[in-house]
Design a protein around this ligand. Structure first.
Ligand SMILES: [Zn+2]
Ligand SMILES: [Zn+2]
Length: 288
């Protein structure tokens, strides 16, 4: 049920509204129970699961290199590769669940809101662009589908769509139009980049002084992994990179990229709310 969660204290559930309330209630109650009666080994499980993902993926890369060098693998190596992929995917699933529990535990003790998606607040979607994954897989190839929008300065709800993540492997699957009913989310109250309307955030974002400050702050993190944004194929945290060629504006400079050998999965940071989300994840403070 839980498809993704991103940002500090932000929990997103892509499901239908009818299921949503019961699900969140169940998660929060479970988390609160754990806070009241902590059991050994239940706290902060996500780093352990992420270490399992990374370790399995390193071994997978070794075998993939061997395959590409020799042209084939022994039966034993081929079986090991299958087993490692299963292990990595299971660890990634455990990681997402553990993170959901950690965020829900926070939700048990703080003020959370469920934003309403309307045309004035498309910035809520901009905040989560690239990180929100549809529960349904791509009908053409079965890969995850991530939220994207047309490259326009101030995207409206109608500019958003679900894009197949196999795009970065060269597949051209048909996108699915976004409908506000596709997602329900809760996030910590007091994230101004989601609470102001999209015109206000666009005006703020056009100020040169804001752009320069964001550019400087984001630049400090180049080369760092973002544990909240995993490659949809390899489940490794994506790493912040600066583009070699850009148009000189902060909205064209940075992206997150998978570190798995040869993987070209990428998440462009191309709107101010997206950069705000990145900074809030990395430093605990956004830009408004
Ligand atoms: Zn596809
Ligand atoms: Zn990858």
């Amino acid at each position: 049920m839980l498809e993704a969660l991103f940002g500090i204290g932000s929990l997103i559930i892509s499901t239908i509204a009818r299921v949503f309330r019961d699900t969140v209630k169940a998660i929060v109650l479970e988390a609160v129970r754990e806070i009241i009666q902590p059991r050994p080994g239940t706290a902060a499980a996500s780093p352990r699961h992420m270490a399992d993902v990374t370790s399995a993926d390193h071994q997978i890369e070794d075998l993939e290199r061997k395959l590409s060098r020799d042209g084939c693998l022994s039966t034993r190596d081929a079986e090991t590769l299958d087993e490692l992929r299963r292990r990595r995917d299971a660890a990634a699933s455990a990681y997402r669940k553990a993170r959901a529990g950690e965020v829900a535990a926070e939700a048990g003790g703080s003020d959370y809101v469920s934003p309403i998606l309307d045309p004035r607040h498309a910035n809520v979607l901009q905040y989560h662009t690239g990180t929100l994954v549809l529960e349904k897989r791509c009908p053409a190839c079965g890969c995850p589908m991530a939220l994207q929008h047309r490259t326009v300065p101030d995207p409206e709800l109608g500019d958003f769509f679900w894009a197949c993540t196999a795009f970065y492997d060269g597949r051209k699957c048909k996108p699915i139009p976004f409908r506000p009913a596709d997602v329900q989310m809760i996030h910590k109250a007091g994230i101004p980049e989601m609470e102001v309307d999209r015109h206000d955030i666009a005006i703020i974002g056009r100020q040169p002084v804001v752009q320069e400050s964001v550019r400087r702050r984001v630049a400090e993190h180049v080369g760092e992994p973002d544990d909240h944004v995993l490659c949809p194929m390899h489940h490794r945290p994506m790493v912040l990179r600066q583009k070699k060629e850009h148009d000189g504006t902060v909205l064209d400079m940075y992206h997150l990229r998978c570190v798995h050998d040869g993987c070209s999965q990428m998440m462009k940071l191309k709107t101010l709310p997206q950069l705000a989300a990145y900074l809030r994840r990395s430093e605990g403070t956004g830009i408004v």
